[in-house]
Ligand binder design. Structure first.
Ligand SMILES: Nc1ncnc2c1ncn2[C@@H]1O[C@H](COP(=O)(O)OP(=O)(O)OP(=O)(O)O)[C@@H](O)[C@H]1O
Ligand SMILES: O=C(O)c1ccc[n+]([C@@H]2O[C@H](COP(=O)([O-])O)[C@@H](O)[C@H]2O)c1
Length: 203
């Protein structure tokens, strides 16, 4: 059995999965927004060995974990390799595993607006939505696509308010989702990779 970060029944824990190739301040913004606005006790970052929908192979897992540990220094945030430790490629499998392993913990899946826009392409996406509440942090360029996505339309009646009421969102019964609007970040890993390859080619 793999070792999980400390947890106990009743805790509200955000699960924030990603490629993080490389991690950037936009990722930190998402995790901090979820932590604060949903009044979470913890955010567990879950570094995927590889997004099943992306063809490009990311940097090695140890490299990405090291970069994230250097960037994320917050007592309520845990950087984990849960996906690879349990051999999961798909989010549904990771969430099922965690829900079974941690009875009484209130998990919330956390993601950016671009992920909501394409969520209906994820394996068993409806099952994910029925298993845990989902919090979505807005991202420039993706607001409309997210709010008109198949997931948003399918579960339109299950959308919860994102204002002060979001503080109790983690106790919602799934399916439930919230769209957190506010300060936004336009950073992306693609832009950072492009920039570093340009700098490299100028040397
Ligand atoms: N600037 C941002 N604002 C809101 N959400 C973001 C932002 N950047 C990333 N996210 C979210 O963080 C999670 C991990 O994203 P990911 O590691 O793919 O970063 P990315 O910048 O989108 O990378 P890439 O450009 O390589 O696709 C996803 O849920 C994504 O929606
Ligand atoms: O389970 C799926 O089918 C699935 C499809 C696409 C993305 N995901 C997950 O979504 C998270 C964000 O991925 P990414 O590459 O956008 O950072 C990460 O945890 C992936 O494992 C999951």
């Amino acid at each position: 059995m793999i070792r999980l970060p400390p947890h106990r029944p009743g805790m509200r824990i955000g699960l924030y999965g990603g490629s993080f190739d490389p991690p950037h301040a936009g990722h930190r913004h998402v995790a901090e927004t979820a932590l604060r606005r949903l009044d979470l006790d913890r955010v567990w970052w879950i570094v995927t060995p590889g997004n099943p929908l992306k063809e490009r192979h990311p940097a090695s897992l140890p490299e990405r974990l090291a970069a994230m540990r250097a960037m994320v220094r917050h007592p309520a945030m845990e950087i984990t390799d849960i996906d690879s430790a349990i051999g999961s490629r798909y989010t549904i499998d990771t969430i099922r595993y965690l829900v079974r392993r941690c009875p009484g913990v209130r998990f919330v899946w956390v993601m950016g607006a671009d992920s909501l826009a394409g969520f209906h392409r994820w394996r068993d996406w409806r099952a994910i939505a029925r298993l845990v509440p989902i919090a979505v942090v807005d991202r420039p360029g993706y607001t409309l696509g997210a709010l008109h996505s198949r997931m948003a339309r399918t579960f339109a009646a299950k959308r919860r308010p994102g204002g002060a009421a979001a503080r109790v969102f983690a106790s919602s019964r799934a399916p439930a989702w919230v769209f957190l609007i506010g300060r936004r970040s336009n950073l992306s890993s693609t832009a950072l990779r492009d920039k570093s390859s340009k700098v490299g080619s100028m040397r």
